[in-house]
Design a protein around this ligand. Structure first.
Ligand code: PMP
Length: 390
């Protein structure tokens, strides 16, 4: 029986259950220098966070436009920076038009809820990011979740539908396992069945393909009228914000009807200025994406050499599979003790039995960083008894 005099009792009880299962989460305050640890946990894939060129872009934006964007993009929140960012993100990814949102999460809500709706089927990969999952729910569409990276299953669901319209939605690079969606096959399935394909480039932008133009561009489907991209400015571009890219009709539809766009304050000018500067850096240093990818393969090789289960990275994200939450937490602590900060993912962020370390490579990692990581991963392997050498 619930104690009506103690409205917080149920939260304490639920927290105790999560603690027992090793599933409590904690904020992780850090210093500017990552507490002296090597950063192998952030999404700063190109190592641009703290780059003076981006800082200068942000500062110049604040000096000219102020510390806030002052209103929604339909009222006072579209500065010249926003308009330029709309254009340049579209040009980079190979799309006809672009629309900057104040986060990647909101870009997904805007795209999927705005393009979906009652009478539109949404087909979603089972490993899609939480923002896509929530966007599906918010769309009030019928949603069918398909097995991971299964374009044949998507085609089947699309062909069997009763709805006139459909969206297929997928991460380009999956955020924890770091694998790549079969974009060309998904596009074929979508096109054959009159559906739109929505691709979240969050972990691919700046890393995948020549010039970091993203996975859809690399797959040759960017700019197709039935392809819509979403992205975040908060990872490779070391800023904050998001965007939807696609055909002008799609962008105009979101401007008119996308609630996550219309009713949200425009992106902060500092973030827009930093993102524009990051695009300049990406253009000036075209080898950065390849360096991030090569470093990710190096991280994978070190995990393998230590005898740990890992996977081939499509971009900069490398998983190290540990199985149970407690094992992943122990491994994260061991890495920290050895000087490396890595991510730790447990259910419900990943499926049960798939708790893992999430190790992210940066374009700017050096030899000493790899030596530290190799030591840390060997220590993890020793502690889990998984090492091939013991
Ligand atoms: N999509 C994916 C695949 C992500 O991993 C994230 C962020 N973790 C987002 C969208 C949300 O982007 P943002 O952080 O800019 O809200």
């Amino acid at each position: 029986m619930t104690d009506v005099t103690d409205p917080l009792a149920r939260f304490r009880a639920a927290a105790a259950v999560r603690a027992e299962a090793g599933l409590r989460r904690a904020l992780a305050p850090r210093t500017a220098d990552h507490d002296g640890l090597i950063d192998l946990a952030s999404n700063d894939y190109l190592g641009l966070n703290g780059d003076p060129r981006l800082a200068a872009g942000a500062v110049a934006a604040v000096r000219e436009w102020g510390t806030g964007s002052t209103g929604s993009r339909l009222v006072t929140g579209t500065t010249a920076l926003h308009a330029e960012l709309d254009r340049r993100l579209a040009a980079l990814t190979g799309c006809a038009a672009g629309l900057v949102f104040s986060s990647g999460f909101l870009a997904n809500l805007g795209a999927v809820a705005g393009l979906g709706g009652p009478g539109v089927l949404v087909v979603s990969d089972q490993v899609n990011h939480a923002s896509i999952v929530d966007a599906c729910r918010l769309s009030r569409s019928r949603v069918v979740v398909t097995p991971h990276r299964d374009a044949a299953a998507v085609a089947e669901v699309l062909a069997a539908r009763e709805e006139e319209h459909a969206l297929v939605v997928t991460d380009a690079v999956f955020s924890v396992d770091g694998d790549l969606a079969p974009l060309a096959d998904l596009h074929r399935a979508a096109r054959a069945n009159g559906a739109l394909l929505v691709v979240d480039e969050a972990h691919a932008l700046g890393v995948v393909g020549p010039g970091g133009r993203g996975a859809a561009h690399a797959a040759g489907i960017a700019g197709e009228p039935d392809v819509v991209l979403t992205l975040t400015l908060s990872k490779s571009l070391a800023a904050q914000g998001g965007a939807v890219l696609g055909a002008p009709e799609v962008i105009e539809h979101l401007v008119d009807t996308g609630r996550a766009f219309i009713f949200d304050t425009g992106l902060n000018p500092a973030a827009a200025g930093a993102a524009l500067a990051a695009l300049d850096v990406l253009a000036a240093e075209p080898d950065l994406p390849g360096r991030a990818r090569a470093n990710a393969r190096r991280v994978r090789d070190l995990a393998r050499a230590a005898g740990l289960a890992t996977a081939d990275p499509a971009a900069a994200v490398v998983p190290v599979f540990l199985g149970e939450p407690h094992a992943a937490l122990d491994a994260q602590r061991i890495c920290r003790d050895h000087g490396a900060r890595v991510g730790c993912f447990r259910p419900p962020s990943v499926p049960k039995g798939r708790a893992c370390l999430r190790v992210t490579a940066r374009a700017t990692l050096g030899e000493a960083d790899f030596t530290t990581l190799a030591d840390a991963l060997r220590a993890v392997a020793r502690s889990t008894g998984r090492s091939l050498h013991t």
